[in-house]
Design a protein around this ligand. Structure first.
Ligand SMILES: C[S@@+](CC[C@H](N)C(=O)[O-])C[C@H]1O[C@@H](n2cnc3c(N)ncnc32)[C@H](O)[C@@H]1O
Length: 276
């Protein structure tokens, strides 16, 4: 069967379209928060992935310092704060941060929320966190080497970087022109680069980046991290119960992982010294 793949949609080396993502997320924040009922009793990892309360990738969080990057409406930060962590949330969007502050006040927890970029964590001192966490934000970040260098800088040696994304394989089966999942690949897995698409309800143009799994692993190593785990969760039996169920094709979700989760460690000096 001839399969039409449209590699030209995304190609490494093409200059990313000039989209002001701070403004785009400001304009989409109300729609995003209205559309997805994101829990505040557990951190989540995204569509059809088990939650942090189920996976326990961070271990215990009580008393630990957590920086959430791309915290959006703050739900994961709030969940960590409820569990006794000392939490800072940073997000590019002023509107997402305003929502997060209101939600934390409603839920009666203290979280230190900042507007800012994942590529510039300069408000936060070196080695000031035990965990950097991010759910579904890093694929919006253009300069990933800079972002990972910043995550590495703010972590204590031995600290964890835990983040989730749309699984890179999913990008190949998601048609940004129709906003539908496809049963044949619409682009080459190997064609890395920006993808521009209209946000479902507002039509406002967004830009995310397709990078292969191997590229993510290389980026982590180049930034000085060691990959501890990579998770590709199979979907749960009750697909319809997921907060994102309406946006993701359920039949495809049973065949292709939708979410990928990375657990990486900033090695201690001793671990570095012992590495041959
Ligand atoms: C899909 S939302 C996820 C938000 C939240 N983590 C959640 O799970 O609901 C992506 C978030 O990443 C933020 N974002 C995009 N680019 C960013 C950047 N360069 N630095 C910081 N945040 C960014 C957006 O403002 C948005 O709130």
């Amino acid at each position: 069967m001839a399969v039409s793949m449209r590699e030209e949609r995304s190609s490494e080396g093409s200059s990313p379209p000039d989209i002001d993502m701070r403004e785009a997320w400001n304009r989409n924040a109300a729609s995003y928060q209205g559309r997805y009922p994101i829990p505040t009793d557990t951190a989540h990892y995204g569509p059809w992935a088990p939650t942090e309360n189920e996976l326990r990738l961070l271990g215990h969080v009580r008393g630990r310092r957590i920086l959430e990057v791309g915290c959006g409406g703050g739900q994961c930060s709030i969940a960590f704060a409820k569990q006794g962590a000392l939490v800072t949330g940073v997000d590019l969007s002023d509107e997402q941060i305003a929502f997060a502050r209101r939600l934390a006040a409603q839920e009666g927890v203290a979280v230190d929320f900042h507007q800012g970029s994942a590529e510039d964590l300069s408000p936060f001192p070196d080695q000031s966190y035990d965990v950097v966490f991010s759910a579904y934000a890093f694929h919006y970040v253009a300069d990933m080497p800079r972002c990972l260098a910043e995550c590495h800088r703010v972590l204590e040696p031995g600290g964890l970087l835990v983040f989730s994304l749309d699984h890179p394989m999913r990008s190949c089966f998601w048609d940004e022109e129709t906003l539908e999942d496809s049963f044949v690949p619409v682009r080459s897995y190997f064609a890395e680069g920006p993808i521009v698409w209209p946000f479902s309800e507002t039509g406002i143009l967004m830009r995310s980046f397709h990078r292969t799994t191997a590229t993510w692993i290389d980026l982590l190593h180049q930034a000085g991290f060691r990959l501890r785990r990579l998770l590709e969760p199979a979907p749960p039996e009750d697909l319809a119960a997921d907060p994102w169920a309406d946006d993701y094709a359920q039949e495809i979700a049973t065949r292709i992982p939708q979410t990928i989760i990375f657990v990486a460690e900033k090695p201690t000096q001793q671990a570095e010294d012992e590495t041959p």
